[in-house]
Design a protein around this ligand. Sequence first.
Ligand code: KG4
Ligand code: ZN
Length: 344
Amino acid sequence: MRVLGIETSCDETGVAIFDTGTGRGLVADALYSQIAMHAEYGGVVPELASRDHTRRLLPLIQQVLDDAGLSRGELDAIAYTAGPGLVGALMVGASTAHGMARALDIPVLGVHHMEGHLLAPMLEDAPPGFPFVALLVSGGHTQLVEVRGLGRYRLLGESVDDAAGEAFDKAAKMLGLAYPGGPQVARLAEQGDPGRLRFPRPMTDRPGLDFSFSGLKTHTLTAIRQLERADELDDQARADVARAFEEAVVDTLVIKCRRALDQTGLKRLVVAGGVSANVRLRERLERECTKRDARAYYPRGRFCTDNGAMIAYVGAQRLLAGERDETGIMKAVPRWPMDTLREP
Ligand code: KG4
Ligand code: ZN
C-alpha cells in the first residue's frame, strides 16, 4: 500500500510517501520549514502558518510524487495530521487530504501528531521492537509513555506546565537568541563553563514521572538579572547560563527516564520529538542505557522535528489495519490526549 503522508500541524509543511510493500518503506519525503518567516516574530504566528501551508502544500506533494516517480493515480491511501496542533494549520492538511482522496477515490485517515513522533524511530534501519518506554520531548509535549504496540500506550508521566522544548525556546529568548531556541541554546552551551552555575532539577526530589519546567524558566531569568545587575552578563556568562540551563533540563529528563525504565522493567528507550536532537541529552541517555544493559533509539536528525515521513508511516500502519475517516468527515483536533488512542 502506497500512502501519502501530510503534516501541517505547526510551522513545517511535511509530505512523504511510505510503501508498506516488502523491502520498500519510505519512498520519498520533502519538507518546507517556515522557521525563517516566524523568527521575525519570536514564535509561530498561527495565521501566517496556515497561509504558508496553503501556499506550499500542493507543490510539495507534486515534488514528492516526482521524486518517487509516481503519478497521483498510483497512490493507495492518504494520511494527514489531524491533531494536536494549530487548528487553521491542521485544516489545510485535512482539507487537502480529503479533497485528494475524494478525487482519487481512495481511503483517507487523520492521525495523531505525537503518535507520529513516537513511532518515527521505526523508519530507521534497526528499529526498536515492542514493548518500549518512549520519551516524547517536543515544543508542545513532554511525556513518558509505555508502548506495548501500535495504539497500546500508557501515559507514565508528563509535564504539568511548560514542555521541554518550550522551556528551551523561552530560555533562548531571555538570552537574546532567535526562535526556535533549542538548537541555539545548545550551541551556546558548548562554550559554557559547567561548574559556574547550578540550576534546580525540578520534581526530581519526589517520586513520580511528571515534569515541571516553569520554575526553571523563572530561575534562568533570575540568574540573568543577577548577572546583569552585577554588570557581569558578558558572552561567557550567557554561555554559562545556557550550559546550566541545558544541564538542568537534560539531567531532569535522564533521571525520569531512568525511573521509567526501572518502574516498567523495560530495556528499550525511544526518544523522539524536537528536543531528541539535543546532543547532550543523547550522550547522557546513551551512558545511562549502557549502564543498565538497555538500548536507546532515536529518529535520524531530520525526523526528530516535524516531518511528513512519520505521518505517512503511522497512517500506513493504521490504514493497513483497516482504519479510515468516516466518508466526507475530516478531522482537525487542536487538543487530543494521546492516551485516548486505541489499537487499530
Ligand atoms: O517536534 P518539534 O519539531 O515540534 C513540535 O511538535 O513541537 O519540536 C520543536 C522543539 C522546539 O521547541 C525546539 O527548540 C526544540 O524542539 N529543539 C531542541 C533542539 N532542536 C530542536 N531543543 C534542544 N536541543 C536541540 N538540539
Ligand atoms: Zn512535533
